[in-house]
Design a protein around this ligand. Structure first.
Ligand SMILES: [Zn+2]
Length: 136
């Protein structure tokens, strides 16, 4: 299995962004999620007339991966105008599975603006460990 580079992941996120359904905001987002086993799941934002039903590209990619049996991730690339960073809901959603994952933020020209980690984006995040029962 060949290693997927950051550059390839950004290109796959750009490809994913082409499917964005954005009639309301016209804010195109694409994501590409690399599993620790080397597979990539892409996603786009999907808006909805009921605005709060909208789902982001990052969560689209995560749900595609988890629904196919993957729960361990090494990198998420996200592309958008101005290389926006994941919203709070997505940070929380991503934290569930792989808090240490690398996050690459690039613009719609594929220019990388930031490489960080999820823990940097969501310090002291709430995760599965918080729900483990401790014996008193
Ligand atoms: Zn989001």
């Amino acid at each position: 299995m060949s290693e997927v580079s950051d550059r390839q992941l950004v290109e796959l996120a750009l490809e994913g962004s082409q499917s964005a359904y954005i009639p309301y905001s016209n804010y195109r987002v694409g994501a590409a999620l690399l599993t620790t086993s080397g597979e990539v799941f892409s996603g786009c934002n999907v808006e909805n007339a009921g605005y709060s039903s909208t789902i982001c590209a990052e969560r689209t990619a995560m749900v595609k991966a988890v629904s196919e049996g993957h729960q361990q991730f090494s990198t998420m690339a996200v592309v958008s105008r101005g290389a926006g960073s994941p919203c709070g809901v997505c940070r929380q959603f991503m934290f569930e599975f792989s808090p240490a994952m690398k996050v690459i933020l690039a613009d719609l020209d594929g220019q990388v603006h930031m490489i960080t980690t999820l823990v940097e984006l969501l310090p002291h995040g709430f995760g599965p460990a918080n729900l483990e029962e401790n014996e008193a």
